[in-house]
Design a protein around this ligand. Structure first.
Ligand code: TGC
Ligand code: FAD
Length: 390
């Protein structure tokens, strides 16, 4: 393991404010101290280091762009992006925990919730006192959430919820889950389902080779009575969950750069140190081609993320722009990770180095929050005005 040095070939740092740099430095120090020493073992054991949740809360990582009056940090969207980059340098599972809590749980409660829901749930979520999950995907409906089967009925003094969600991050440890379900008219609505409600179970999914430091499971609803005050009142339709995904995908586009930089940094150091044929392998043209191309792609991804951040701060980033950035930057990170692994030869498959863990994690990241191909089709639809989804 080498000391971490981030990449800044085109002086992207000059585009950041002092505040962005201070935030970055504090998260980087925390990742060095609290994540790096434990993460390989946690991944080998398939364990989520749940104790980190409170520390993340103290750091202000949950809901950085949520206003201070609701427990957030009131920061801009570039700050959120910078935080995601640093966390994913540590591990995609840790970044996932922050993505879900911030973009998929706090964001919908802030954006679509009642004032009572905001006051009740946002401050403890921000502090990491409670953990959230987001239920959109179902066993039979992943890329096509509009066909969801989970339903609720109005029973007068409560709603009755039936159905199931699958592949849900934090499912077994969540105190509350923001669940998207159809009402009797077939309209998608958001409900806050609380741990311990009768008929609500959360089986864990075991045997993942990817994102092993994150808990994934199901949410199963068998006649669950949900109080009426737990319905998110201010959104109807699929645009509710898709708006949350815009925020999470934005963060992932920044986060993936962190994983890529960690792999590039490792490969560069190793190539300078490792000798074959009496010379450092960094002196061979084929190694230099790999390193040069990695650096070029990381730099392009940084500029894309920064520009998307400026547009997001101005309220102008479109969902299609965010899709393009998520798709490009995650694929870039996976390619960089695979090329880095080649440079390390056999050593690249061990947990002495972070590369194999990043590769395996990124196989989930390229699938969740919309697959690589779905994001391409979103761009295709934006260019042509024609949907190729069905
Ligand atoms: P379509 O007919 O295109 O749209 C339905 C309504 O939604 C609106 N809309 C959006 N609104 C906001 N943001 C977006 N990105 C939006 N995209 C569409 C649209 O305007 C329309 O509104 P209205 O008012 O006219 O009704 O919908 P479709 O059924 O054709 O599907 C479109 C598609 C395929 C792009 C979409 O469903 C999609 O993105 N599929 C991918 C599913 C996905 O990303 N799932 C992620 C689950 S959560 C997760 O993975 C968490 S990982 C957590 C971790 O980090 O650990
Ligand atoms: P499918 O939709 O079955 O797709 C399978 C393949 O078909 C893909 O290659 C896809 O690109 C392709 N495909 C589908 N439709 C088309 C089309 N129209 N044209 C061309 N190709 C197509 N979901 C949540 O709701 N909450 C979570 O917290 C969450 N966390 C996750 C954590 C992990 C570790 C993982 C792996 C997933 C998580 N997900 C979560 C689910 C994730 O969002 C879905 O896996 C993803 O949206 C894809 O759905 P699917 O797996 O059902 O694949």
């Amino acid at each position: 393991m080498y000391p971490y040095k981030s990449v800044d070939y085109f002086s992207v740092d000059d585009l950041l404010t002092d505040e962005h740099k201070i935030i970055r430095s504090s998260i980087r120090d925390w990742v060095n101290k609290s994540v790096i020493p434990i993460i390989e073992e946690a991944a080998q054991k398939h364990e989520f280091p749940v104790h980190l949740i409170r520390e993340l809360g103290e750091l202000g990582v949950f809901g950085p762009f949520i206003p201070v009056e609701y427990g957030g940090a009131g920061m801009d969207h570039i700050s959120y992006g910078v935080i995601m980059t640093e966390l994913e340098r540590g591990d995609s599972g840790i970044r996932s925990a922050a993505s879900v809590q911030t973009s998929l749980v706090m964001f919908p409660i802030y954006e679509f919730g009642s004032e009572e829901q905001r006051k009740r749930f946002l401050p403890p979520l921000a502090k990491g006192e409670i953990i959230g999950a987001f239920g959109l995907t179902e066993p039979n409906h992943g890329s096509d959430p509009g066909s969801m089967e989970t339903r609720f009925k109005d029973m007068g003094d409560h709603y009755l919820l039936n159905g199931s969600k699958m592949w849900i991050t934090n499912s077994t440890i969540a105190d509350i889950s923001v669940v998207w379900a159809k009402d009797e008219q077939g309209v998608v609505r958001g409900l806050i389902v609380e741990k311990g409600m009768e008929g609500f179970t959360v089986p864990e999914i075991f045997g993942k080779w990817s994102l092993r430091t994150s808990v994934t499971g199901e949410l199963v609803f068998d006649n669950v009575k949900v109080p009426k005050e737990n319905l998110l009142p201010n959104v109807k339709g699929l645009k509710g969950p898709l708006n949350c995904l815009n925020s999470a995908r934005y963060g992932i586009a920044w986060g993936a750069i962190g994983a890529a930089m960690d792999c590039y940094n490792t490969a560069l150091n190793y190539a300078l140190e490792r000798k074959q044929f009496h010379k450092p392998i960094a002196s061979f043209q084929l190694t230099q081609k790999k390193l040069a191309e990695m650096l070029t792609e990381i730099t392009k991804a940084q500029l894309l993320a920064w520009r998307m951040g400026v547009l997001k701060n101005e309220g102008k980033a479109t969902p299609a722009q965010i899709s393009m950035a998520k798709r490009n930057n995650v694929k870039m990170a996976l390619d960089v990770a695979r090329e880095s692994r080649q440079i390390l030869g056999a050593m690249g498959i061990t947990d002495d180095f972070p590369i194999m863990r990043h590769i395996m994690n990124l196989e989930s990241v390229i699938t969740y929050e919309g697959t690589h191909d779905i994001h391409l089709l979103i761009t295709g639809k934006d260019i042509t005005g024609l949907s190729a989804f069905c």
